[in-house]
Design a protein around this ligand. Structure first.
Ligand SMILES: Cc1cc2nc3c(=O)[nH]c(=O)nc-3n(C[C@H](O)[C@H](O)[C@H](O)COP(=O)(O)OP(=O)(O)OC[C@H]3O[C@@H](n4cnc5c(N)ncnc54)[C@H](O)[C@@H]3O)c2cc1C
Length: 558
């Protein structure tokens, strides 16, 4: 299935084009969200670490996370209950061993964040003592989400970012975008291994070969493949596409979570209205003011996200409505302003006072449950390559991610990857010199419009045909279109110098194809994947993740 393993770049032999210098580190971390930054902080200080980020250090999904991080922190809660809720949301596709490890590591990881200086919201308990305020979100049977008001991600990301900047063993490369992985197989070696990555310096416009003994993909999700998304621009699935091109398996790509409530306003770009609002009693209303969630699920507004998103999609299509409404105006205005300051201020920017009126909302692509298949050490199929955070498929989320489990997964798998790297580092030799990037046979693009046009086309048909509700016909239509785009982009990539937009588009098309192939192979509806032609859940698919295997895959030696 994979056909871009050997592109025209890099070429062997003497380089006649512009080349950048080579960089050399012990650990190369691609991505600087919660996953990448916590890994950088957890690695031993005698390892030389590079953190590469395609925008400024803090830009990514983590910065925008509002709700919080789930962990068992209250005496009335239990590990068993958090495990059960996660398995329940995952609809028969979670890996129970992984769920257990992640949930058990939760409290320690929250404590680790506190040690780094992260400040979570606290409240005075009945006895007068200060305790962390825990909120409750969809799918959770207890209050177990620790948060920093409604800007948890910003607090985590900026605190960890400052800590990483202060680390003498960590070198940061902002505005550098990874292009592809360097592997021993591409250099003709029999024993394959990841040796580093080619990285484009967006300011100097040159590609550097970055060698490393260990490479970690922490590049986040792929929701930019859809027209409407809560994600920032960086979420283009780069890590998933790079790993796939290098022979790694990917899993469960059909499970894209659509957040039910994104602010609906012509000038608001992807602003999410946190689920915690529904946790605190907000109700979903139709344009005529009537409540509809109780008709769809007994948990009403607190049903898991897929149920809520599909109910909204159904009602919007049935009524031809442009949006529905989320109403918390029955609560005390002081409570709303204290608990949701960011949402309150943002809504006011658009003339909506949520203490007095309902907020117009629509669903939008939010979270990529699938990704690069990895084990409990975060190792992928390619020796030396790890995947952590939203880019990875660990088995935690199954067919549906439970709210606030994803930041937890970032932290725990960063911890597990760091422990594994620390353990095996003494036995792993430095990688050989990499081939320099060669642009001798490419020119500057003559028609940038091809990239812009294909970006729009891809995101539109993915939204229309591979969105919240799918069908066999829609998936076939999408597959025909994605095949054509892949062909065009391959041609374009072979002929012209790489640019940020071209690289992201190339990755988005790859990821779109993986989503479609996965959706086509799942001949049932389960969790986040809903197909009108197979509307029922089929027990034959129970415990069976969708695993896609690239043509150049070879199993890792035990
Ligand atoms: C609006 C919003 C609200 C959310 N709320 C919550 C919540 O309350 N609780 C929760 O648990 N989860 C929440 N999530 C999900 C959660 O934020 C993400 O799953 C998590 O932050 C992902 O972290 P990450 O480190 O894997 O990736 P990100 O934080 O997305 O970071 C990815 C990094 O990779 C870099 N990158 C990408 N491609 C390349 C490349 N080719 N080269 C170099 N660098 C690259 C990016 O620049 C960025 O630094 C929310 C998500 C969104 C969008």
């Amino acid at each position: 299935m994979s056909d871009e393993i050997m592109t025209t770049k890099p070429k062997g032999g003497k380089s006649a084009g512009r080349t950048g210098e080579e960089l050399d580190h012990d650990v190369l971390i691609l991505g600087s969200g919660a996953a990448g930054l916590s890994l950088a902080l957890r690695l031993p200080s005698d390892l030389r670490v590079a953190v590469v980020s395609k925008r400024e250090l803090t830009e990514g999904n983590t910065l925008y996370a509002q709700g919080g991080i789930s962990a068992v922190l209250h005496e009335t809660d239990s590990i068993t209950s958090h495990i059960e809720d996660t398995l329940d949301a995952g609809a028969g596709l979670c890996d129970p061993d992984v769920v257990k490890v992640v949930v058990e590591r939760g409290p320690d990881n929250v404590r680790w964040l506190l040690e780094q200086g992260v400040q979570f919201t606290r409240e005075r308990e009945a006895g007068g003592a200060l305790a962390y305020h825990l909120t409750r979100e969809g799918g959770h049977s207890h209050r177990r989400v620790v948060h920093a008001a409604d800007a948890t991600g910003r607090e985590v990301e900026t605190t960890l970012g400052e800590m990483v900047r202060a680390r003498p063993n960590v070198e940061i490369f902002e505005r550098h975008i990874a292009v592809d992985l360097i592997t021993a197989a591409k250099l003709g070696a029999a024993d394959n291994r990841c040796l580093g990555a080619y990285v484009l310096d967006l300011d100097a416009q040159r590609v550097r070969a970055c060698r490393a003994r260990f490479v970690v993909l922490a590049t986040g999700g792929a929701s930019k493949v859809y027209l409407f998304t809560t994600n920032p621009d960086v979420s283009t699935g780069d890590g998933i596409a790079m790993a796939w091109r290098s022979g790694c398996r990917v899993a469960n790509m059909e499970f894209i979570q659509f957040h039910p409530t994104c602010l609906y306003h012509p000038e608001a770009k992807s602003f999410l209205i946190t689920e915690a609002l529904r946790g605190e009693g907000a109700r979903l209303l139709l344009p005529d003011g009537s409540r509809f969630m109780p008709r769809f699920d007994e948990r009403a507004e607190l049903a898991p996200r897929d149920v809520v998103a599909r109910a909204i999609d159904h009602e919007m299509k049935r009524l031809g409505a442009e949006c529905v409404y989320l109403d918390i105006s029955h609560k005390d205005p002081a409570f709303i302003k204290e608990h949701f300051p960011t949402v309150y201020a943002r809504c006011l920017d658009f003339g909506i006072d949520m203490t007095r009126e309902p907020i117009p909302v629509v669903p939008a692509a939010h979270y990529t449950c699938g990704g690069v298949l990895c084990d409990l050490n975060a190792q992928t199929d390619l020796p030396g390559l790890y995947a952590i955070g939203e880019t990875a498929y660990t088995g935690l989320h199954g067919a549906n991610r439970m709210a606030s489990n994803s930041l937890l997964e970032c932290l725990v798998f960063a911890e597990l990857a760091a422990a594994h790297i620390r353990r095996i580092a003494p036995q792993v030799p430095p990688p050989p010199a990499a081939r320099p990037w060669d642009e001798s046979r490419v020119t500057d693009s003559d028609e940038e419009v091809v990239v812009a046009h294909n970006w729009d086309e891809l995101r539109r048909f993915m939204w229309d045909y591979v969105g919240i509700v799918r069908s066999n016909k829609r998936l076939e239509r999408a597959k025909r279109r994605v095949d054509l785009l892949r062909y065009e982009i391959r041609e374009y990539y072979s002929s012209f110098r790489v640019s940020n937009d071209l690289l992201e588009l190339r990755n988005l098309v790859e990821v779109a194809d993986l989503i479609i192939l996965s959706a086509q192979s799942r001949r049932e509806s389960r969790g986040l994947h809903y197909n009108l032609d197979f509307p029922k859940t089929d027990d034959a698919f129970q415990r069976k993740p969708t695993v896609l295997i690239p043509d150049n895959y070879s199993p890792r030696a035990p």
